[in-house]
Design a protein around this ligand. Structure first.
Ligand SMILES: [Zn+2]
Length: 578
């Protein structure tokens, strides 16, 4: 199988003008080059994937170009540019990833190289990525070089964590702060890439990807690749939200309409619908907050530019915003924010979300500012609803606990203790929407399991047994966990030690998804290996290629490359593949 080049690498900008966002910063860099006022050391800081390394490379290429254009861009044709374009086969540019090469010896190797003047070209450029990862000793060794660098050496240090750089180094650098990219910048670039790749896209789908990438282009492109591969080249809104596990924005519009009309029972039913699709309550609340925020900025022409959505969506937001009072929006946001803050610690998460929806629906009611009369709440449920939804009788509960299993496994003494029903669990059984069949919850609720390590000895972890266990877990996931199932199929656990294994995924979003299910996964693994001490680590590796599905045209192109006879066949019979 040939290597598929991830879009982030394939479409890495090669000139300053093609850098996405960072306009002011790029023009400052260009001016510095044009005026010949180059510093010895630069520090590029900012979040992940916003163009630090890319700008460093373009900078390195441009200062060594022998035929620089009047616009301050590298020519792309001279010897230096050519060697640079061939995947950095340039002798004048060195890259060091301090995340994996952070010892004193690594830095010594580098400083020894610095002493040798460039063979051709004017400058030798050293790009040190993730410079904050250098060890203290390495930092000290590096400082000596920074104090008296040769004229031809230029250092570009890049970091996501500026505060970790020691002041003695900071004071020797010219500092450039890279900002997060706006959704609009990201969407525009994704459109460009989609066009080049012959992929059809919905503006709404790209907006979702931009939202998920949190201002980082590398993440955006990685998520884009993932969606393209899932959808086979047709990035529609529906398929995108399906793959990215995003709640359809339509729900938020419906919720808000219900709040405004005080249709509280209906909003409870809608909540149930969302939860039964496998979404988490906190997911819904944070989505609702974003929606309310968007409504708020839609109310005023001067804040309208803050709304980063398509034109069609903008009209929808404006229409709904015209129905909302500022008081309603402000209070609703505040209520949702409270819910968001309390969600993690709440033991009755569903109830918390329901209560939040009820409060939001009453957010625009007058409260008694005189403070004399106690506030009267309107009845929430009408007869019609209570007649249609019979209350489920409480099942006899034998032993229920909300504690994660691992706390139980470490205390074998509990084996003989009498099961206790805690008050919080009455709610979990009434509101138990957890579908049965999850590997860790065979009956839809967690039961206390005690593992006696004397009877069942610990099974040793190995890559092979772990993968079998991992695949078993994924295979037994219920339908609503399909996104998780797909993620799990695409990553393979590796054993690190007797009690530790790690998972490497292609982007942060995938890591979050695995992390959300980590408790379930770990308890399954612990149980399978009879070892309560097993832990899991999740790592993100951007260079990891996603499995790519080629579009029909591309498949045919590839087939022709492999077998030229096809081309002949095509021309002899005048065929056209459609
Ligand atoms: Zn050139």
């Amino acid at each position: 199988m040939e290597d598929y080049i991830v879009s982030a690498r394939k479409y890495r900008p090669l000139t300053f003008s093609s850098v996405v966002g960072q306009k002011a910063l790029v023009s400052t860099l260009k001016n510095a080059i044009n005026s010949g006022k180059l510093a010895n050391t630069y520090l590029f800081c900012g979040p992940r994937g916003v163009g630090k390394t890319t700008c460093a490379r373009i900078f390195a290429k441009t200062i060594n170009c022998t035929n620089r254009g009047a616009d301050g861009e590298a020519c792309g044709n001279c010897e230096s540019c050519k060697s640079f374009n061939e995947e950095l086969r340039s002798y004048n540019v060195f890259e060091l990833d301090a995340a994996s090469n952070n010892s004193v010896d690594d830095i010594r190797n580098l400083t020894e190289q610095v002493r040798i003047p460039p063979m051709n070209g004017k400058y030798k450029v050293y790009i040190i990525d993730e410079v904050h990862m250098l060890s203290q000793a390495a930092f000290n060794a590096f400082l000596k070089t920074l104090e008296e660098p040769p004229k031809y050496a230029i250092f570009i240090l890049a970091t996501t964590e500026k505060h970790k750089i020691i002041p003695t180094i900071l004071s020797r650098c010219q500092i450039y702060d890279f900002g997060r990219l706006s959704n609009r910048d990201i969407i525009e670039h994704l459109q460009y890439v989609a066009q080049k790749e012959n992929v059809t896209t919905d503006p709404e789908a790209l907006a979702i990807i931009a939202e998920k990438s949190d201002g980082g282009m590398r993440d955006a492109l990685s998520i884009f690749d993932q969606v393209v591969s899932f959808t086979g080249g047709q990035v529609t809104y529906q398929k995108t939200i399906e793959n990215l596990n995003v709640i359809d924005y339509d729900y938020y519009f419906r919720f808000t309409d219900m709040f405004l009309d005080k249709r509280i029972p209906e909003s409870m039913v809608l909540l149930n619908e969302i939860l039964s699709k496998g979404f988490d309550g906190s997911h819904l609340i944070s989505g609702l907050m974003l929606h309310l925020r968007n409504l708020m900025v839609s109310r005023d022409a001067c804040t309208l530019p803050l709304l980063e959505v398509s034109d069609e969506m903008r009209e929808r937001y404006k229409a709904q915003a015209s129905r909302c009072t500022p008081k309603f929006l402000y209070r609703a946001l505040k209520i949702c924010n409270n819910c968001d803050l309390n969600y993690r610690i709440s033991k009755k998460k569903r109830l918390l979300v329901e209560l939040t929806l009820i409060q939001v629906a009453q957010a625009d009611e007058d409260d008694d500012s005189s403070g004399r009369k106690p506030k009267r709440l309107k009845p929430i449920f009408n007869k019609a609803l209570s007649a249609t939804t019979p209350v489920k009788p409480l099942e006899p509960v034998t032993a229920v606990t909300l504690q994660p299993q691992r706390t139980e496994t470490t205390t074998p003494a509990k084996k003989s203790s009498i099961p206790i029903v805690k008050d919080g669990n009455i709610f979990t059984s009434i509101y138990n929407k957890r579908p049965s069949g999850r590997p860790d919850q065979p009956h839809g609720r967690q039961t206390v399991q005690v593992i006696d390590t004397h009877q069942h000895p610990v099974k040793p972890l190995s890559d092979e047994t772990l993968r079998i266990c991992w695949n078993n877990f994924a295979a037994n996931l219920p339908v609503e966990d399909t996104p998780l199932k797909n993620r799990m199929k695409n990553c393979f656990p590796t054993v690190k030690s007797d009690t530790e294994f790690s998972i490497t995924v292609g982007n942060r979003m995938m890591a979050d998804e695995i992390r959300q299910a980590s408790e379930r996964i770990i308890s399954h693994v612990r149980e399978s290996f009879n070892n309560p001490a097993i832990t899991m680590e999740i790592a993100v590796d951007q260079s990891r290629n996603v499995k790519h599905i080629l579009t029909r045209d591309k498949q045919y192109e590839k087939m022709k490359e492999i077998n030229p006879a096809l081309k002949e066949l095509e021309s002899i019979f005048g065929l056209e593949l459609r």
